[in-house]
Design a protein around this ligand. Sequence first.
Ligand SMILES: CC(C)(COP(=O)(O)OP(=O)(O)OC[C@H]1O[C@@H](n2cnc3c(N)ncnc32)[C@H](O)[C@@H]1OP(=O)(O)O)[C@@H](O)C(=O)NCCC(=O)NCCS
Length: 181
Amino acid sequence: MICLRDMIPSDIEDYVRWFTTETEWMDWDAPWEWEETTEEAERRDWTEYYETVKKLPPDAPRKKFEIELDGRHVGWVSRYFDLGYLDNPEQIPAVGINIVEQNTRNHGVGTEALRQFIDYQKTHGANCVYTQTWSGNIPMLRTAEKLGFVPYARVKDLRTVRGQKYDALTLKLDLYQEEQP
Ligand SMILES: CC(C)(COP(=O)(O)OP(=O)(O)OC[C@H]1O[C@@H](n2cnc3c(N)ncnc32)[C@H](O)[C@@H]1OP(=O)(O)O)[C@@H](O)C(=O)NCCC(=O)NCCS
């Protein structure tokens, strides 16, 4: 079973691992963005973050959820409004996802987790959502396509990954599109 939930204390050490030793996912999620860090810094930051999540009232809107697969913490979903190279005057949420544990990828987990998070955005008033990636991230593009996202904006050659140029991509999903007859 795939479910989204708030952070729990045991997730802290997962994040320490995911940001220091098991970092393969960073080769795919904005690989131009990551900086050197230490276990101590990550443990401190994620413990602080956990403390803020713990204080959230049950009905407060969440900007991030942990992804659990059959009781195992495998990644997270999050939303943001700063689209970087694109203005977002209507404050349309952009959704992001990471399935960190590699042996759980390509089994439909990412698509289902993102579907649940998009439903959550809809429940909280969104009419549409964005997602952003780069042209070399085929699994993310396929995941977005399966959920019905369509291309919205492209900046040619904006990203350099492992010495090669890729396009920056923003895709959009209308949450109230009419059913095709
Ligand atoms: C992108 C990501 C969230 C997708 O999650 P997932 O659980 O693997 O996704 P799913 O299994 O639901 O779907 C992946 C699809 O990509 C396809 N795919 C994966 N690798 C592929 C490749 N090299 N070529 C073509 N298709 C590929 C899979 O076959 C599947 O499509 P299908 O259902 O039609 O067979 C996950 O791969 C991930 O977290 N990657 C690392 C971090 C990352 O890239 N995050 C997104 C940053 S924008």
